[in-house]
Design a protein around this ligand. Structure first.
Ligand code: PDD
Length: 287
């Protein structure tokens, strides 16, 4: 089916949507993005995604293409136009097309940012085969830049990480720096030990996951103890359970790290419970 996508104020069939070869997103990876889940036709954690988008733009001195209210309206319209029940909305903002290649940022008064959105359809999270069997991850060195808190479109190394995982017969990779796990290629990493849930504290080292924040809130409400601290790869391998969080994976159990099975080697009870709580609570708050 041909999707209807959004490009700078226009609604177009996907095969007619284009951006310039001089767009800085294309030439310089000078762009930021957000991925918002759609569940039962509604947007999950939208205020968090829009707040993080605004922060990413601010950190890069990039003008904002639309207000939070306008972005909500565009998200709702794209979901409706494409009849998405379960899936995602991908949004990208770049510094636009200055008409040539130049390392210097263009004058924002003369070059407007590029804003594009498209939808992706997914199955119901309850039917996820991956969630039932759990993910196998491998560890790879974290050689990304030092501002991982900004959600930029510089995703080459995360893509390479996924490919390394695939080659090793695994599902995904966890990045490791100085012996400690930073995060997954496209998700935040968590371990469970002795009933405590552990995830790295926020800093420039990791993306400030919106799903991570929601899971922390819900875990607290469910009286599950959360520790925000770094954990070593060896500690992760000795954990009872592990999982990752992201807008596309929700709470996704991890059952193996570098070939070492965690606990029973099957999705653990805490990860499964948190997945259920997250799916239930985030739907209640959906817009
Ligand atoms: N990825 N860490 C990284 C490096 C990510 O790319 C993501 C999200 C997360 C989780 O953030 P959130 O909970 O806000 O989705 C953590 C998205 C889903 C992607 O690139 O497709």
């Amino acid at each position: 089916m041909t999707r209807i996508v959004y490009v700078n104020g226009d609604w177009l069939p996907e095969d007619r949507a284009t951006v310039s070869i001089f767009d800085r997103g294309f030439l310089m990876a000078d762009g930021v993005y957000e991925v918002t889940t759609v569940a039962d036709g509604k947007l999950i954690d939208f205020p968090g995604h829009v707040a993080r988008l605004e922060r990413s733009l601010r950190e890069l001195d990039m003008p904002s293409p639309a207000s939070a209210e306008e972005l909500l309206a565009i998200h709702r319209e794209i979901v409706a136009k494409n009849g998405v029940s379960n899936g995602r909305v991908y949004l990208q903002v770049t510094r636009g097309n200055p008409g040539d290649r130049d390392f210097v940022f263009p004058d924002p008064a003369a070059t407007r940012p590029t804003l594009i959105l498209f939808t992706q359809v997914a199955g119901r999270p309850e039917d996820s085969a991956e969630a039932k069997r759990g993910l196998k991850v491998i560890s790879v060195p974290d050689i990304r830049w030092a501002r991982r808190d900004i959600k930029t479109v510089q995703l080459l190394y995360p893509s390479m990480g996924k490919m390394m995982a695939k080659k090793a017969g695994a599902d995904d990779a966890w990045f490791v720096e100085d012996g400690f796990v930073t995060e997954g290629t496209s998700n935040n990493a968590w371990i469970v030990k002795g009933g405590r849930i552990i995830t790295r504290a926020l800093s420039n080292d990791i993306l400030h996951g919106i799903t991570r924040a929601a899971v922390m809130r819900y875990a607290d409400e469910a009286q599950l103890k959360v520790e925000e601290r770094s954990f070593a790869l060896d500690e992760a391998k000795a954990a009872d359970e592990a999982f990752v969080t992201s807008a596309s994976a929700f709470v996704m159990p991890v059952v193996e790290i570098d070939g070492v099975a965690l606990g029973s080697g099957r999705p653990g009870p805490v990860s499964q419970r948190l997945r259920e709580i997250y799916l239930e609570e985030s739907r209640k708050a959906a817009l």
